[in-house]
Design a protein around this ligand. Structure first.
Ligand code: FAD
Ligand code: NAD
Length: 477
């Protein structure tokens, strides 16, 4: 049951923050003719993060894994969501407004605005965790955004070119060619694997000094990839260290970072300094500043979790009215889930469907109300303003109780480990693991099919073919 035309201007206003996995998957499901939808994000594109690491070495080009968000805003003449490229800097849960600023380089006369919402969806993801270790933000490279891939690629080549300067002292060459990756989670492992591929297939052919490159993966825990089964951990540790250039330091935490050296501490609390040329930081997630501020504003009696906004089984942010959170920004304490694209996309799709069901329910009621109203009031009905029934969040919340709650379906975990090998883990009644070349093709096929558009699939296929046949590009810029 569609909303009558007269009621359309009273559609509830849904403001979605972010253009990542959770937000885009919700937007794609949402019936935008039932809601007045706004999307706010400093990024006017969606980024396919599972292939981001390949962008650091040129296995894929970054444009191949980006999707313009505006493409998903317009569905038909009557269904259009409004995208505004801005960063949401604060939320006022009492007034139900968000404050947004333009943080791009080109500024117009207006670069700040407030936007009213009936429903606010917080899908802002998470920030890089640095544990407040001094010097990390200033000196390390991260693995989160498109620009990070350009910075890393440029730095790898810059280190090699600088090391090749005539007269460069031996000690300085060793420093420049010491590449450190901090964090043995999936991001750190996949990056180490990509870097090793780049080194073996391309850099060794081009740079005489490349054989002196040392890649060190530093992990505070006794093992890397702790989310995986022990069998996989053993396999990956052996595989990554099979080349002379790569080593893993476990039970070693990085505790300080300077421009040219890091301080590491082992499990016996002994500290030492390690000089580096490239430092890549991948130690997990922390809430974004906006999420932290919102947690603080809602107050400790409702929100007190360090990982993100506590939500209920429908993704309503506990202690608020009309605020919802999905993806890396949220946590359900009853069923905490990993911070992955797989989880975020399912949550986004669920919330989109939930809103559609709610709209359908409310519209049915509205149409029935309108019918009984028009038979009772024959003369005044044309001058009566349409009642924005749906705007009442109380109604919305009452109806929510009839809706099914979110159920996560885990499809398995995959990770690339280099040299045309990947690992996979599927959990059912028991855990099944796979490794090797077959798994690599599985890894590629899964992510290939998950790419959102045919354009992306074609571009990524060409990139894979190009880097296999011609090698990766080693020029800077
Ligand atoms: P994101 O996708 O991070 O999106 C957040 C959005 O919010 C962005 O558009 C951002 O610009 C926007 N935003 C930020 N601040 C604001 C603000 N103040 N106002 C408005 N908008 C804002 N998961 C897997 O399942 N499989 C993988 O193989 C995998 N590989 C990964 C590889 C890497 C290198 C990384 C970093 C992550 C990987 N992940 C993977 C994890 C996955 O990417 C995240 O869990 C997922 O992106 C979370 O989705 P999200 O929508 O919550 O956040
Ligand atoms: P993570 O939290 O999974 O791992 C971070 C690692 O860094 C941990 O093992 C931690 O012990 C270590 N660490 C923390 N501080 C340290 C220090 N000072 N020195 C040395 N080691 C330190 O983080 P991630 O790998 O960035 O992943 C973030 C999220 O993205 C996770 O939820 C992950 O599952 C997901 N992801 C998934 C995939 C995949 O499925 N293939 C790929 C990338 C990321």
């Amino acid at each position: 049951s569609k909303l009558p035309e007269a009621e359309r201007k009273h559609r509830p206003k849904v403001v979605i923050l972010g253009t990542g996995w959770a937000s885009l998957c919700m937007l794609r499901k949402l019936h935008t003719d039932e809601f007045d939808v706004y999307i706010i994000s400093p990024r006017n594109y969606f980024l396919f993060t599972p292939l981001l690491v390949g962008g650091t070495t040129g296995t894929v080009e970054v444009r191949s894994i980006m999707e313009p968000i505006r493409k998903y805003c317009k569905r038909s003449d009557s269904e259009e969501a409004t995208f505004i490229e801005a960063e949401c800097v604060s939320v006022d849960p009492k007034k139900k407004t968000v404050r947004c600023v333009d943080n791009s380089t080109v500024k117009g006369e207006v670069s700040e605005f407030d936007l009213q919402y009936d429903h606010l969806i917080v899908g802002v993801g998470a920030d890089n965790q640095t544990f407040g270790i001094p010097g990390v933000k200033e000196n390390a490279c991260f693995l989160k955004e498109i620009n990070d891939t350009r910075v890393i690629r440029d730095k790898i080549i810059d280190c090699l070119e600088t090391a090749s300067y005539p007269g460069q002292p031996e000690k300085e060459i060793d420093r420049l060619l010491n590449f450190i990756v901090v964090g043995g989670g999936p991001s750190g492992v996949e990056f180490t694997a990509e870097l090793n591929d780049f080194l073996q297939s391309d850099l060794l052919r081009t740079y005489p000094l490349a054989k002196r490159i040392k890649v060190t993966l530093v992990e505070a825990l006794p093992h890397i990839l702790t989310i995986f089964d022990k069998k996989i951990i053993d396999h990956v540790e052996k595989r990554l260290t099979s080349s002379d250039n790569t080593r893993i330091w476990t039970k070693t935490a990085v505790v300080g970072v300077k421009e040219k050296e890091i301080t590491v501490r082992n499990d016996k609390k002994e500290e030492s300094q390690v000089p580096y040329g490239l430092l890549v930081w991948a130690t997990g997630n922390t809430p974004r500043a906006l999420t932290t501020q919102l947690i603080k504003d809602i107050g400790p009696s409702h929100q007190n979790n360090r990982r993100g906004l506590i939500v209920d089984e429908y993704f309503r942010v506990v202690g608020t009215d009309g605020i919802w959170a999905i993806g890396d920004a949220c946590i359900n304490l009853q069923k905490p889930l990993a911070q992955t694209a797989q989880v975020a996309s399912q949550q986004g799709r669920y919330l989109g469907r939930l809103f559609n069901h709610m709209a359908e329910d409310m519209n049915k009621q509205k149409i029935e109300n309108a019918k009984s109203l028009s038979s009772a009031i024959v003369t005044t009905v044309s001058t009566t303003a349409a009642t924005p029934l749906f705007k009442e969040n109380q109604d919305f919340n009452d109806k929510l109780k009839n809706q099914p709650i979110f159920k996560y379906r885990h499809m398995g975990t995959l990770a690339y480990i280099g040299d045309h090998q990947a690992v996979a883990e599927f959990k059912g009644d028991s855990t099944t693991t796979f490794e090797g070349y077959f798994t690599y093709y599985l890894w590629r096929s899964v992510y290939f099919t998950k790419l959102l558009s045919m354009r992306n699939r074609v571009l990524v296929s060409f990139d894979w073919l190009k880097s296999t046949v011609f090698g990766r590009d080693v020029s800077r810029g």
